[in-house]
Design a protein around this ligand. Structure first.
Ligand SMILES: NC(=O)c1ccc[n+]([C@@H]2O[C@H](COP(=O)([O-])OP(=O)(O)OC[C@H]3O[C@@H](n4cnc5c(N)ncnc54)[C@H](OP(=O)(O)O)[C@@H]3O)[C@@H](O)[C@H]2O)c1
Length: 263
């Protein structure tokens, strides 16, 4: 299937590893001209080299921290220097925070909001003009299955990720006047650094083998295993492509069935 994005421009934020990296790779494989961003220049340099080696395509990178407004303004300045306009924007920054409500102060709530919502808002705001110059841009935001089926002990990320679903619904309607579509992919448990670090910490704290912890978490998933980043990326690319031309305002689960609600 030709997704129609060969030669189109894409920025993937949060692309030095994990789902963002897998999405950048899949976009490159479809022939898109891909720019990548995250905080660490070292990680980006390594990611760009790995992407070049595996796809044979050039990748340009810029280090920016989406939790800092001035950093996102610098990202915008770089993007408009690199490309005339932006056809696709993927925001893959965010994460979950395991803590009980009683243990969370205002700073923890604000940090989660900044990381999971405001960072993406800033990137979209700064790059809106570049996307308006496209014949019809597409925004894809990484949400989380936890927004549709709130996980225990993760109140702060459940709430902030649910905010992203509202953001997608609102912006999809608001940006139709610019011919920009806005959708989201909501992954379930996906084996990236996020989980590797969490499992390593739990293993250390509880004295349980990492494999046993992964097995326990897998029991709750109908497909009985974690997902891999390259199982999430195809949905990101589909939503970023012209093949999803009648889709906007949607949050699509790619979660091995873990979110059990009917809607
Ligand atoms: N993995 C899962 O199980 C899972 C489940 C549900 C939802 N999700 C969502 O999917 C998205 C990707 O998750 P992931 O598991 O792939 O994460 P990950 O492996 O931790 O990768 C996160 C990426 O974002 C970059 N990043 C982190 N903070 C940043 C910041 N402040 N500014 C710019 N870049 C930043 C990181 O690179 P640097 O260190 O270089 O900044 C890295 O490239 C997130 O929105 C996450 O909430 C993941």
């Amino acid at each position: 299937m030709d997704l129609g994005i060969s030669g189109e421009t894409a920025l993937v934020v949060g692309a030095s590893e994990g789902i963002g990296y897998a999405s950048a790779k899949a976009l490159l494989e479809e022939g898109a001209d891909v720019l990548i961003c995250s905080r660490s220049a070292d990680k980006l340099k390594a990611a760009a080299a790995a992407l070049r080696a595996s796809t044979g395509r050039d990748v340009r990178w810029f280090a920016a921290d989406v939790t800092r407004a001035e950093s996102v303004q610098m990202l915008k300045a770089w993007v408009v220097r690199e490309v005339d306009h932006l056809d696709m924007l993927v925001s893959a920054v965010g994460g979950s925070h395991r803590a009980l409500f009683e243990d969370l102060d205002d700073a923890a709530w604000m940090a989660s909001y900044e990381f999971n919502v405001l960072g993406t808002v800033r990137v979209i705001r700064e790059l809106l003009d570049a996307m308006r110059k496209s014949a019809g841009a597409r925004i894809v935001i990484l949400g989380a299955a936890g927004a549709r089926m709130p996980y225990p002990n993760q109140v702060v990320s459940n709430v902030s990720k649910a905010g992203l679903i509202a953001l997608v619904k609102t912006l999809g309607a608001e940006f139709h006047k610019y011919n920009i579509r806005v959708n989201s992919v909501s992954p379930g448990r996906t084996m990236t650094s996020l989980w590797k670090n969490r499992v390593a910490q739990m293993s250390k704290d509880q004295g349980i083998a990492p494999e046993k912890i992964i097995e326990e978490f897998s029991h709750e998933i109908p497909m009985a295993r974690f997902g891999q980043p390259d199982e999430i990326a195809p949905m990101v690319v589909f939503l970023a492509s012209h093949k999803s031309s009648y889709m906007t305002c949607q949050s699509v689960l790619v979660d091995g069935g873990i979110a059990r609600g009917l809607i």
